[in-house]
Design a protein around this ligand. Sequence first.
Ligand SMILES: [Fe+2]
Length: 255
Amino acid sequence: MIDLHCHLLPEVDDGAQTMTDMLAMVEKAKEDGITAIVATPHHNNGHYQNIKANIIDCVEKVNDYLTENNVDFTVLPGQECRITGELLTEYEQDEILTLNHSKYLFIELPSSNVPKYTSKLLYDLQLNGLIPVIVHPERNRELMEHPDKLYRLVEQGALTQITAASVIGLFGKKIKSFTDEIIDANLSHFIASDAHNVTNRSFHLRAAYDRIQQEFSEELVYFYSENAEYVIRDEYIMKEHPERIRRRKKFFGIF
Ligand SMILES: [Fe+2]
């Protein structure tokens, strides 16, 4: 099982603060059945700046530390980029890091709204050969109030990643219910932990997959878990099943 979204690099953001914290997170991830993690530190979110070169350096140190401590685990480089008008310029300046050097780039929206330039920026990223992946859309207030906006962004080529804790209700009933709507409407392509620690923001990936299997389908579990593997191999993700496309259209009543 691959976890595409995790804050386990020490001292770079509000995730792990020490190598010991990082090690505890790796052990917890292994208990959850996770075999590899993409480390995705916050970037440009108003609190943390983590550019590509620094993340790659930090991931190398973490992997060396794991090897020295005989921990069989792989940490891959990634970044959680808050959307800004300067994102493309930063990409051209080689400060932006995709997931494991693939074509997939994590984009974080502010929690309350969707900036007006979002659609244009996501389009421009695609013109540059990137595939934007909107992280935790289920926690964005504007998308919650206007789910058609999420539909439009996905229709225009963006992918989305929902959070395991949202799937099992740890962010509350409203977010759980919106997460279910997103899953039902086939507007999500990945599930990841967004784990920050082993206490109040832990992994819960196994529990989320279990709930998806029980309340949605086994096919969906494969869809999400295999898509994560395609990302780290920089391959195209699984095509949508025609039945799910039909359900999405019906859900929004657009067509
Ligand atoms: Fe995150």
